[in-house]
Write a protein that binds this ligand. Structure first.
Ligand code: AMP
Length: 204
């Protein structure tokens, strides 16, 4: 149940290409879930998990796991950015070089229909409308949302970038990547939220 006071919706990009990628991404989702001012909608907050080749990087890098998450929050955009940066730091994110490999990357993609562009925060995220690894997962959970500066829906933007050959992405797991492998109640740690029948089709 989303708290009544949680009146803003934000979409986050989440990715990792260092260490145990899936475990770190799950830990980030759990950290979001336990934040007192962030709510994850039970059952329907996450897109599938994708694997993608690194784009725009100079050095050889391992492939990424990517997904997107919807949150409801009472945090203002800058507070939400601070919260996700704190989660990145807590999970051992080290910034050695721009566009370098990362244990965890959390990006604020959309915050309601706000447009912000200053030295601290750019929303919508400045490259999200160009990247398949953002748009394909985001289209699963926000296909009809309109990108506030492009004026196109996320599904339309995903369609425009679908044939982009410099980016190779494929879906590796349905939305249960968030919970599968996490112990059930009574068997240790509880899952952050339970998958809902119908929202998680099997990957074929
Ligand atoms: P990175 O983790 O490499 O994506 O960069 C994080 C830095 O980018 C932070 O210091 C933010 O101030 C800045 N930034 C600007 N806009 C965004 C955004 N929409 N999402 C995440 N970080 C952003």
């Amino acid at each position: 149940m989303i708290d009544q006071a949680a009146n803003s919706t934000a979409y986050l990009g989440i990715g990792s290409n260092l260490g145990d990628r899936l475990a770190t991404m799950r830990a980030a989702v759990l950290a979001l879930h336990t934040h007192p001012s962030i709510q994850l909608e039970p059952n329907a907050c996450a897109a599938s998990l994708y694997e993608s080749t690194p784009v725009g990087v100079a050095s050889e890098q391992r492939v990424y796991y990517n997904s997107t998450i919807r949150v409801a929050t009472t945090l203002a955009p800058y507070q939400l950015l601070d919260a996700v940066l704190a989660i990145e730091n807590a999970l051992g994110r080290v910034r050695r070089e721009p566009m370098g490999s990362r244990t965890i990357d959390l990006d604020l993609l959309l915050y309601d229909d706000l447009v912000i562009n200053d030295e601290t925060l750019t929303v919508p995220h400045p490259r999200m409308h160009l990247r398949r690894f953002v748009l394909e997962p985001l289209a699963e959970i926000a296909g009809s949302a309109v990108h506030p500066t492009c004026g196109a829906t996320i599904a339309e933007l995903a369609g425009r970038t679908a044939g982009q050959e410099f980016e190779s992405i494929h879906r590796v797991m349905d939305a249960r990547w968030v919970t599968s492998g996490i112990a059930r109640p009574g068997q240790g740690e509880s899952p952050p939220f339970a998958p809902m029948p119908g929202c998680c089709e099997e990957v074929r």
